[in-house]
Design a protein around this ligand. Structure first.
Ligand SMILES: [Zn+2]
Length: 248
């Protein structure tokens, strides 16, 4: 039985975040930070989802026999993998009274065949300048917490170990402020089947060390300030991790 699930999340940036896509926006930088209509920084839910799925996958692969999970990201290698007897069967969401193989990762995060029952929402940067009225900021500088931060970077030729020619580029990051936090009390909402699935998400969050782009260059390192999950309006505790074995 699907049960209502909600996860509240607050992240603190230990190093500046580079959350954007190349070529977005009209700024000088080749890659900008994602903002909402007010100009406030946001951390896209899709980035949290992708990084969290990867963390949960590492965790489950360490616990389970190698073949009990499918092998993404190519759709033909993801669930349902009917030829793999190591993957559990669940009722087929598209064919009544039929069973189909779905690994514990696709059961939570979905695959091209299985729709995910969770929605990941964007996290909003906590801004002390934000006012209560219809125009929450006096100027763009307040919404951006200062001036935009542009960094110059150079692509490396890894084989030769030197800077690649003609490869200077510029990226925008959030400002390097020590208490910059991103928050959403409904960061993840939807339904889950079991407490074990909720604990999987909490365990995966504990493995996250960085989000966004430029992680190998030291950008986007995070600390989880708060992560609270509720299933059926009961808080899911971050302990008794042996429950995760039910998933396999
Ligand atoms: Zn799968």
């Amino acid at each position: 039985m699907p049960r209502p699930f909600r996860l509240s999340l607050t992240l603190r940036m230990l190093t500046p975040l580079s959350s954007g896509a190349a070529g977005a926006g009209a700024a000088l930088a080749d890659k900008t930070v994602v903002r909402n209509g007010l100009g406030e920084y946001i951390l896209p839910g899709s980035q949290v989802r992708g990084t969290l799925r990867h963390a949960c996958e590492r965790l489950l692969r360490a616990m389970a026999p190698a073949d009990s999970l499918c092998h993404g990201p190519r759709p033909e290698h993801m669930c349902p993998q009917d030829a793999n007897p190591h993957i559990r069967t669940i009722p087929d969401p598209h064919v009544p009274h039929d069973m189909v193989r779905c690994c514990p990762l696709c059961a939570v995060f979905g695959s091209p065949y299985f729709p995910s029952s969770l929605q990941f929402h964007d996290l909003l940067c906590v801004n002390p300048f934000r006012g209560q009225d219809s125009k929450p900021y006096q100027n763009q500088r307040e919404a951006m917490l200062g001036q935009e931060t542009i960094r110059s970077m150079v692509s490396m030729n890894r084989r030769r170990g030197v800077a690649a020619e003609q490869r200077l580029f510029f990226i925008e990051t959030t400002p390097a402020q020590p208490h910059l936090t991103f928050r959403n009390t409904e960061a993840v909402v939807g339904t889950l089947e079991s407490i074990a699935q909720a604990k999987l998400l909490l365990a995966g969050l504990r493995m996250l060390v960085a989000l966004g782009g430029g992680r190998s260059r030291g950008l986007g390192w995070i600390a989880i300030e708060e992560s609270s999950a509720w299933l059926d309006d009961q808080q899911v505790t971050a302990d008794a991790w042996e429950a995760l074995r039910e998933l396999l």
